[in-house]
Write a new protein. Structure first.
Lengths: 528, 313
């Protein structure tokens, strides 16, 4: 019988002997990680999938980045300047930035990249609505000329999550935003380089350290600061079975699991060779989304009744279980972040079925069954819908729970058909907190009717608040706008936040240095 | 014989035609939109619609079918919606692990099940017979993934003899390849061993009661010669038949086993393609499985002539 461990010991022994015998070649440090999904798509602008975003952070760099305290800091940018009238922003790139093919990063590349990103990303589109022109000044400098002051320029360019404004060479950024970039064009200026020849979808994705990367001198913080690659090679190994992932980690075949299932955490916690580390302190938020175009949810009072009927605790206990990994949090813009506030939330999310019943009567709810879509194949979502059903029924709703796999749900939620003919009334999902830190970024707050995300809420007042927020440059005033918006939104909800939860990553004890950030990144990570 | 083979090969064409139409329609009529999957969770309806147009999914279903089938007839199986690779390339990348798993499983299964089936028949009613029958009931009843997890727990995690998961190509390192094949092959073999050993036992038992066996024994032939030359050879046809039919079980089992042991084979490709609604990949893989199933059974039919001289085509 051939033993993996024995083989490994033999290699270690041989290496030790080599150490005594003389200078042995230094072995490349390889970090083997199982991510939350397999990497099939390579273009982080073409898709909003989180796995592609994480891939993007390895390969490409950003002009600005959000640090651990949610402040946006320059990243590829050396210095920036805004005119007194706040209509002209000037950005100058750092010296010595290079693409992986050895060509210099230029202002022209950045302008082309911003344009491609803005064509796809909703926050980018909002930014570009206030941009008059983007002009290249010289090789390292470009200007953003605004038609009106815009308060979220830096937040947009330092947006931490999908779609992240990654900088790409101009010829790559010239690709139609609705067409995926070619495999050979996965060339960035980030701390790691994509190994095209070793990419085997369904098996593994390989990145190697970019030896020419010029890290910033500041200490790394969140997604900002010096991005120093401390391992030579990062391998994303794809193991689809969660139980096998855990076995592989316990056996030392892999170094890290990005998101082990919550039911397997007790098993990992008992293993002395494994550490569970929560690197994303803002975590995720469960959300109940209405289809605001159909009865009865076209009536704001009925939606408000749902808000009154729900209690977060039940959702979180049913899905996450261990209170160490969840938090009852009424703030829609995430507890622990600058815009977190409970303004207007006192009377909702308390599980008040009697009050909800009264509101339903006042709203004239006619007993139309609510078609509630339940995703059954994603463990972190499966138990949400039954809890919602129970709480809705307690408040007097009739509920038709329709179970399906997530991909079917994803396909059905974009349909505007009547709920009893292939459409829907509501479903539950989860957002990464980094995607919903303010009302412009948070897609479910978009209430621009047909242009809004599925659910298509149509509310001019919410849109007015979002617009005011985006144009306000004073953070204190921005916070006030958020509070005002929230007080209005509670009575005219587009969705309901039903709790905040966290997922630790599991890593072998010889792995250290994961950044505290909303995205799993691999600079600063060491393997002893 | 050549005429038989030619006729059987020609008969594959309508089979594949039916499979092609069936798979194509099933995929289009079941819920799920690859464009929505590709676009990601935060995508807007417009973004999804753009992708749908780019993929040609907004065309009428019969137009899509006509385009696909004409491409297939020209040997072009299309490009995966997700991987930015042709389906042919994807399959070429994934075929080795599945082929290795299938071969090792067949070797394990036949190597174990035929001897124990013969032994059970020869010692009918004995402890060995009861043990073999008991095992076969267990082998049928316990799902493959449970067996897989148990084997991983014992041999990989507790004893540390074998790796939990992964695949190393045979050309890269044979020993690493071999140690990664043991647990998946054993897992997949269990059901097969249960099936083949039962059939072997039944077939050999039937043959052992034939007059020519009595005659052979009366001639003074040893038990070994009677069993190997007379009994087993005559019992081979039903055993071969069940091995051929078992290819379908093998394909189904590979899907689960490859997922449990992290083998990047065709089984896992199928699961991934189904979950992400990667139509071109699903269609081609299912067509491929159909061809394999038909061809393997043709080979089994041909092999009958080796064991039974009365069978001629």
């Amino acid at each position: 019988m051939f033993s993996f461990r024995k083989s490994a010991l033999a290699v270690v022994a041989a290496a030790s002997v080599g150490g005594f015998m003389g200078a042995a070649p230094v072995q490349a440090q390889t970090l083997k990680v199982v991510m939350h999904s397999d990497l099939k798509i390579l273009d982080p602008i073409w898709t909003t999938a989180y796995i592609v975003r994480n891939h993007g952070y390895l390969v490409w760099d950003t002009l600005f980045a959000m640090d651990e305290k949610f402040d946006v800091k320059p990243q590829m940018v050396d210095k920036y300047d805004v005119s007194a009238d706040k209509l002209t922003w000037t950005f100058t790139l750092r010296d010595g930035l290079e693409w992986h093919d050895g060509k210099p990063v230029t202002a022209e590349d950045c302008v082309a990249s911003i344009k491609r990103w803005a064509a796809k990303d909703s926050m980018g589109q909002k930014l570009m609505a206030s941009v008059k022109s983007l002009d290249v000044v010289d090789g390292k400098t470009f200007k953003m000329n605004m038609s009106e002051p815009y308060g979220l320029v830096l937040q947009s360019l330092g947006k931490p999550s999908s779609n992240v404004p990654f900088m790409m060479p101009a010829r790559v950024a010239a690709t139609d935003p609705n067409v995926q970039i070619k495999v050979e064009d996965v060339i960035g200026s980030g701390p790691f380089m994509f190994k095209r020849d070793e990419w085997k979808p369904g098996e593994k994705t390989v990145y190697v350290k970019n030896p020419k990367y010029k890290a910033r001198s500041e200490a790394p913080s969140g997604l900002a600061g010096g991005k120093v690659a401390k391992v030579d090679r990062v391998e994303w190994v794809w193991i689809s079975d969660v139980q096998t992932q855990v076995g592989a980690l316990q056996n030392g075949e892999i170094d890290m699991i990005e998101s082990p299932g919550h039911d397997l955490l007790p098993l990992l916690a008992k293993d002395k060779n494994v550490n569970l580390v929560t690197t994303n302190p803002t975590g995720n938020q469960y959300t109940f989304r209405f289809n605001s175009t159909v009865k009865p949810f076209d009536n704001a009072k009925v939606r408000h009744a749902v808000f009154v009927a729900f209690a977060q605790d039940d959702f979180l206990k049913a899905t996450i279980g261990d209170p160490k990994y969840f938090e009852v949090c009424k703030a829609p813009f995430i507890c622990g972040t600058p815009l977190a506030t409970d303004a207007g939330m006192a009377d909702v999310l308390n599980g008040n079925a009697a009050k909800a019943k009264q509101l339903l009567t006042e709203a004239g709810y006619d007993g139309t069954p609510i078609v509630l879509m339940q995703s059954t194949d994603l463990q972190v979502l499966t138990n949400l819908a039954p809890v919602a059903k129970a709480q809705l029924e307690r408040a007097g709703f009739k509920v038709d729970l329709v179970s399906m796999d997530w991909q079917t749900l994803v396909s059905r939620r974009v349909k505007k058909d009547p709920p009893n003919a292939g459409g829907w009334h509501a479903f539950l999902t989860s957002w990464v907190a980094a995607d919903i830190l303010n009302p412009v970024m948070a897609g479910f707050f978009n209430a621009s009717c047909d242009k809004a995300m599925f659910g298509w809420p149509c509310d001019a007042t919410i849109e007015k608040f979002r617009d005011q927020f985006s144009k306000e440059t004073d953070p204190a005033k921005q916070k006030q706008i958020v509070e005002d918006l929230q007080k209005y939104w509670v009575n005219h909800p587009t969705h309901i936040n039903v709790g905040q939860w966290y997922a630790p990553l599991a890593r072998r004890t010889n792995i250290e240095g994961n950044m505290i950030a909303p995205v799993t990144v691999f600079w600063n990570v060491t393997k002893k | 014989m050549l005429d038989f083979i030619a006729r059987r090969l020609i008969a594959i064409v309508p089979v594949l035609g039916v499979v092609a139409v069936f798979v194509f329609l099933m995929l289009r009529l079941t819920p799920g939109d690859p464009a929505a999957v590709i676009a990601g969770d935060n995508a807007t309806s417009d973004q999804i619609a753009d992708i749908r147009t780019k993929l040609g999914l907004d065309e009428p279903i019969w137009t899509q079918f006509a385009i696909w089938i004409s491409n297939v007839l020209q040997g072009n199986f299309g490009e995966s919606f997700f991987f930015k690779k042709t389906v042919a390339e994807l399959i070429a990348q994934r075929v080795e692990p599945t082929l290795a798993l299938a071969t090792c499983t067949l070797v394990f299964a036949v190597g174990i099940s035929v001897p124990i089936g013969v032994m059970a028949a020869y010692r009918q009613g004995s402890l060995i017979d009861k043990a073999v029958m008991g095992f076969s009931v267990l082998g049928f009843s316990v799902p493959g993934f449970v067996i897989g997890y148990c084997l991983i727990y014992v041999f990989a995690i507790e004893l540390g003899w074998l790796p939990v998961q992964g695949y190393v190509r045979i050309g890269v390192n044979f020993w690493q390849f071999a140690e990664r094949m043991v647990l998946p092959s054993l897992t997949l073999s269990v059901g097969f061993v249960a099936l083949i050993s039962r059939i072997t036992r039944a077939s050999v038992l039937e043959v052992l009661n034939e007059d020519y066996i009595r005659t052979a024994r009366a001639k003074g032939l040893s038990n070994r010669v009677v069993l190997m030359r007379h009994a087993l050879r005559n019992a081979a046809v039903p055993i071969l038949t069940v091995i051929g039919l078992g290819i379908a079980i093998l394909i189904g089992g590979a899907v689960v086993t490859e997922s449990v042991f992290g083998l990047p084979g065709l089984g896992r490709l199928t699961v991934e393609a189904v979950l992400s609604r990667d139509f071109p990949t699903i269609q081609t893989v299912i067509l491929l499985f159909s061809v394999v199933y038909v061809v393997v059974n043709l080979l089994i039919d041909i092999s009958y002539t080796l064991f039974d001289p009365r069978i001629r085509y």
